[in-house]
Design a protein. Structure first.
Lengths: 421, 60
């Protein structure tokens, strides 16, 4: 067989290599075969060098050639694939990723790269429908509407099998605006203003609207209570239409050098904030904010349990219908009740009751309805691990006994604990 | 910055007669707010007090 490329040669028995590209180099060869075979060999080396002809295995031997690191293609390759390496090394801990077209680059390892909690709008401890009017109103977990206008926000479901937003997402958020006041926005706060400071961050999300509207997300570095004044980074615009589209925006956050960081600092993402007035529905799904100058595929799905646990650092509910808790007398019209929490909270939470908890003494049937709740600071070593909720009751209840119990008799009653940023 | 809508605030006393929390009306709902600077409601109350927009009433 004519040896037309490097892989045709016998790599163990030299005497078997009696031709170069069909030019005989066997005993008794013609003198002209010397230069012709060398020319043929250099052509074959050139074909190897430019990638026209491949080799089976690339062997990189160690210093004494006793062992080697070898690279090779699969035994069967269905289509030519060219990988282009990145220009230089990445940062410590980075990994190599592909853009899907053969270009490789360095990036932070996949997994936990999305800074947004509840990015797929799955967790909805507070409910699935919310009204906003001249206030901050939290909606599905970790997502809040700031509205000087009027709107309703609902958690909605994708139809199974739809392909507008890939990979079968389950939920999206609909912000239905009756009156849009300049500055109204959908936002999420990411803990600690150090997050992404001085670095490139990339926001990606899917969105559409009932009619065309220009969206201009913002990133706000808030230095917390007692900290420096907040710094606003306005990103580029994106044009929402009536069809789902994926939007990708990269921005570099300012350095925080010289800034004072106070208590509970954060990075705020205002994902939806419009340049003009708007009436109608705006829809958003699969939001991702990552420390990268390029967008990677949506980190989907984190498990529901994982996402719920992340959310409960900021919000959770206790004392539901028929939950019975014990309390101890504290003052003439207060007991404090310690509830176990599903997970530690970010800070001592505010407490808000839906419905009115009942309180009763253990030694007789005397009862009263609570009038307010206060989450106590400074009782336990770490008040984020348990909720020490003080129940204040209406007049007419004898607090003499030291032990009391607190319960709810109405379905839907609960105590909401809020440690959002 | 997106601000909270806080319309009233009243201190709550502990058994020794010290302020240990605040009962506030936030977005139209009664909430118990701890005296914790890391709590966003307390931080917002402090900001409004400093700006002269809110006064925390003494406990009854």
């Amino acid at each position: 067989m004519s040896k037309d490329k490097l892989t045709d040669y016998d790599s163990t028995t030299a005497s078997n290599n009696t031709d170069v590209g069909g030019i005989s180099v066997a005993e008794g060869m013609l003198p002209s075969g010397v230069n012709n075979s060398i020319r043929e060999l250099t052509k074959q080396l050139g074909a190897f060098a430019d990638g026209t002809d491949g080799i089976d295995v690339l062997s990189l031997a160690d210093d004494d050639a006793s062992h080697a690191i070898k690279l090779q293609a699969p035994s069967a390759v269905t289509a030519d694939t060219t990988f282009t390496l990145p220009d230089g090394d990445g940062a410590s801990g980075q990994t190599m990723i592909t853009d899907g077209a053969g270009t490789l680059s360095w990036a932070a390892p996949y997994g936990n790269r999305n800074l947004i909690i509840n990015p797929a709008m799955l967790v909805a401890q507070r409910g699935v429908s919310f009204s906003s009017n001249n206030s901050i109103d939290y909606t599905v977990d970790r997502w809040a509407i700031f509205s000087n206008g009027a709107s309703t926000t609902t958690q909605e479901s994708f139809a199974a099998g739809q392909t507008d937003v890939p990979n079968e997402p389950v939920k999206y958020l609909k912000w239905n605006i009756s009156t849009y006041s300049s500055g109204d926005n959908l936002f999420q706060r990411v803990e600690d203003v150090r997050t992404g400071a001085g670095q490139a961050v990339t926001l990606s999300f899917y969105a559409k609207a009932d009619s065309s509207i220009t969206n201009r997300p913002r990133l706000i570095q808030n230095f917390g209570s007692g900290g420096s004044s907040e710094v606003v980074t306005v990103t580029s615009t994106n044009a929402l239409t009536t069809s789902w589209q994926k939007f990708t925006i990269t921005a570099t956050l300012p350095s925080i050098s010289g800034k004072t960081i106070g208590s509970s600092s954060y990075l705020e993402l205002e994902a939806l904030r419009f340049t003009d007035t708007f009436t109608g529905g705006v829809y958003i799904a699969n939001v991702q904010l990552e420390l990268s100058s390029t967008a990677t595929d949506f980190e989907h799905p984190r498990s529901f349990g994982d996402e719920l646990a992340r959310c409960q650092r900021y919000y959770q509910e206790i004392g539901h219908y028929r939950h019975l808790a014990q309390g101890a007398r504290w003052t003439t019209n207060q007991v404090f009740v310690t509830y176990n929490l599903a997970s530690n909270m970010r800070a001592t939470p505010s407490a808000t009751a839906t419905g009115v908890p009942n309180i009763a003494r253990y030694d007789n049937g005397q009862q009263a309805d609570a009038t307010s709740l206060v989450a106590v600071n400074g009782i336990a070593e770490n008040t984020t691990k348990a909720a020490n909720v003080t129940i204040i009751w209406a007049a007419g209840y004898d607090p003499t006994a030291s032990l009391h119990y607190v319960y709810s008799n109405t379905n839907g009653d609960l105590v909401a604990l809020d440690a959002e940023l | 910055m997106n601000d909270e809508n806080i319309t009233s605030a009243t201190y709550v006393l502990d058994p020794e007669g010290n302020n240990f929390g605040i009962t506030a009306i936030i977005n139209g709902k009664t909430a118990g707010v701890p005296l914790d600077p890391a709590n966003r409601h307390y931080a917002e109350i402090q900001k409004k007090v400093a700006a002269g927009e809110l006064t925390i009433a003494d406990a009854d």
